[in-house]
Write a protein that binds this ligand. Structure first.
Ligand SMILES: Nc1nc2c(ncn2[C@@H]2O[C@H](COP(=O)(O)OP(=O)(O)OP(=O)(O)O)[C@@H](O)[C@H]2O)c(=O)[nH]1
Ligand SMILES: Nc1nc2c(ncn2[C@@H]2O[C@H](COP(=O)(O)OP(=O)(O)OP(=O)(O)O)[C@@H](O)[C@H]2O)c(=O)[nH]1
Ligand SMILES: [Mg+2]
Ligand SMILES: [Mg+2]
Lengths: 287, 278
């Protein structure tokens, strides 16, 4: 199921007596429009649609598959290729570092992750590694109280590495999942990219999760690349899917960092959190 | 003697890609293309100057959209009856709370007093966050407890401003997505009670096509008077500024260019033109 707006497009193929290159080009143009409107990186869209067109023109539908089903299969196949192999966060002792641009939902997602691991029988702790944003400490502390997990932070400490190291030392024996919140930052802030690398070196996290707002546009790819160059990203969390945004930026980011989307955020509460499902994402992307 | 449809599309394609890569929304680009095609089809031109001409027509169309609704913000503030109530709205995480701190700083530079109203009574740490800003900027903040009615906080702040002769009330509200009917209703209720003189939509320059949906819906629910586009310093080209201006026809007042209280500067259409066509 490729989404509503492509349904009309695909009907053209279903109703066509003969699927010629003109029709294929028309269908590919519709797919291109859908991907561009979904905020997928422009160069990636052009690459993808070229591939889809080539395959649709050259490949014969396998036995038993209609022309329409074959085109759907090609589009789905190419998008799943970009998304990469699915993976789930392992249910075991680990350190998770949250990174991303400003206002994407990192701090809120810390609470959601804590709830997720708590339900799996593990003991998470939240570490307030954001020493810059006003009341970041209070925000994470209140979240930890809402989801009922331990919290560590130091309101007076301006050195993020120091706070995180102290939190790690205090909780590594009593907690299973250590979730480290960090400040928002962007690729042009050399001092903050440096700070992120320092936190990474000090904590040696098992997971480095890049948090991305579903409404992010063409900056998703380039920023993800910068974050990945600094600390190898192991997974993506796509937030605010309860809005109308399609989340195409996450596709670009997944392509840049070579890591899959692992979770999605669907609201402001700690329960608004789901494992990533490629089929649903692709249907919404093209819809 | 005009240009064929195919030739036009081919010429426009390169410019289109540039606009898309700058985060101008797809539907907005299609509309602008339609607007200028009439002009281009009937244009007379020199064969070798055609690319230049097409780009100039596009530039003029875009520049027209960006300039068409400019207002002088400080003139408005200085000439309006006090207290002026300015309500800040927008999607989660767009930068509303910081924009208020920057606004209070700017107003004080012009000798204009303000009071902040902690209208986000929902999100963790929201009241504490605005309180720290109020303290740093040196303005009064009116706040109730977490979970309080935002409309009541607004009402309280306006009362305070009238009593203490404060010029401006800066009303912070919680982030919300336009698909949340309850929160859209809450925003409409805050407007009914606070009767703001100005409703400012705070949009994120990092956002792409969704900026159109956001601005359209917020404008339908409460009516937007002006826009602030944040996080322009993140290397975002800010095409959403054009998308929003085209969609709701309201002025882009300021752009946010960083974390500092001085990092909110008046929007210059030429800056946007250089970004998009640079
Ligand atoms: N609607 C919706 N809002 C969300 C979601 N995730 C987070 N938010 C909201 O987005 C806003 C920003 O979230 P934060 O967790 O503060 O974002 P952040 O990345 O930590 O921000 P910085 O630390 O400033 O970079 C808040 O209003 C959150 O409640 C989501 O999935 N849906
Ligand atoms: N780089 C940069 N960051 C900004 C800018 N404006 C806001 N931010 C950051 O974006 C994040 C979110 O800002 P807030 O002011 O909390 O946003 P908000 O809209 O009030 O968020 P909610 O109330 O949760 O919806 C913070 O980390 C800000 O420092 C800007 O112009 N540039
Ligand atoms: Mg945060
Ligand atoms: Mg806020």
């Amino acid at each position: 199921d490729l989404g509503d707006s492509l349904r009309g497009t695909l009907k053209k193929i279903a109703n066509a007596v003969h699927v010629d290159s003109k029709l294929i080009k028309e269908v590919v143009r519709d797919i291109q429009r859908a991907l561009l409107q979904a905020d997928v990186n422009v160069k990636l869209v052009l690459e993808l649609t070229k591939k889809i067109e080539k395959r649709a023109l050259q490949e014969k539908p396998p036995a038993g598959m209609s022309n329409r089903e074959h085109v759907i299969h090609i589009v789905y196949d190419e998008l799943v290729n970009i998304l990469g192999d699915s993976r789930e966060l392992p249910i075991k002792k680990q350190i998770i570092m949250m990174v991303g641009l400003y206002g994407q939902g990192k701090t809120t997602t810390c609470g959601k992750l804590a709830t997720f691991f708590k339900k799996k029988g593990l003991r998470p702790v939240l570490i307030a590694g954001d020493v810059h944003r006003p009341a970041a400490y209070e925000q994470l502390k209140q979240i930890s109280e809402q989801v009922k997990v331990p919290f560590y932070g130091d309101k007076s400490e301006k050195d993020a590495v120091k706070v995180v190291k102290e939190g790690l030392n205090k909780f590594k024996r009593v907690s299973d999942v250590i979730i480290v919140d960090t400040s928002g930052r962007h690729k042009l802030e050399n001092d903050l990219i440096s700070e992120m690398k320092d936190i990474f070196k000090a904590t040696k996290p098992d997971e480095k999760l890049l948090v991305i707002d579903a409404a992010t546009g063409q900056q998703a790819g380039p920023q993800a690349k910068a974050f990945n160059d600094a600390v190898k990203i192991s997974g993506i969390v796509l937030t605010k899917l309860d809005g109308t945004a399609k989340g195409g930026g996450a596709l670009s980011a997944a392509s840049e960092v070579g890591a899959p989307i692992v979770f999605i955020g669907t609201g402001e509460h700690s329960g608004d959190f789901e494992k990533f499902e490629p089929a649903g994402f692709i249907s919404r992307l093209l819809g | 003697r005009g240009i064929s449809e195919e030739k036009l599309d081919a010429l426009l394609w390169e410019l289109e890609v540039g606009l898309l890569e700058s985060d101008v929304a797809y539907t907005v680009i299609e509309s602008i293309k339609k607007d200028i095609k009439e002009e281009l089809r009937n244009a007379s031109f020199e064969r070798d100057k055609i690319n230049e001409m097409v780009e100039n027509v596009l530039r003029n169309a875009i520049s027209h959209v960006l300039k068409s609704s400019e207002i002088d913000f400080m003139d408005f503030i200085k000439s309006s009856k006090k207290p002026i109530v300015i309500m800040f709205v927008g999607v989660n995480g767009s930068g509303k709370t910081l924009a208020i701190a920057k606004m209070a700083t700017l107003l004080r530079k012009y000798g204009i007093s303000s009071v902040m109203a902690a209208g986000d009574t929902f999100r963790a740490g929201a009241i504490e966050q605005l309180s720290i800003h109020a303290d740093k900027v040196g303005v009064k903040i009116i706040k109730h407890g977490s979970g309080a009615d935002p409309a009541a906080v607004a009402y309280d702040a306006i009362d305070h401003a009238k009593a203490k002769h404060k010029d401006v009330v800066l009303l912070d509200t919680a982030g919300r997505v336009q698909t949340n009917i309850n929160l859209m209703d809450e925003m409409a209720k805050i407007k009914r009670v606070a009767k703001p003189d100005l409703i400012i939509f705070v949009g994120d320059a990092l956002s792409g096509n969704d900026a159109v949906e956001q601005a359209k819906r917020f404008n339908e629910v409460v009516g937007i008077d002006g826009v602030i586009l944040t996080k322009v310093d993140t290397d975002a080209k800010g095409g959403s500024a054009l998308s929003v201006a085209y969609t709701i026809g309201k002025p882009l007042l300021f752009i946010g260019v960083g974390q500092g209280y001085e990092d909110q500067i008046p929007f210059e259409p030429q800056w946007m033109m250089d970004n998009i066509f640079g």
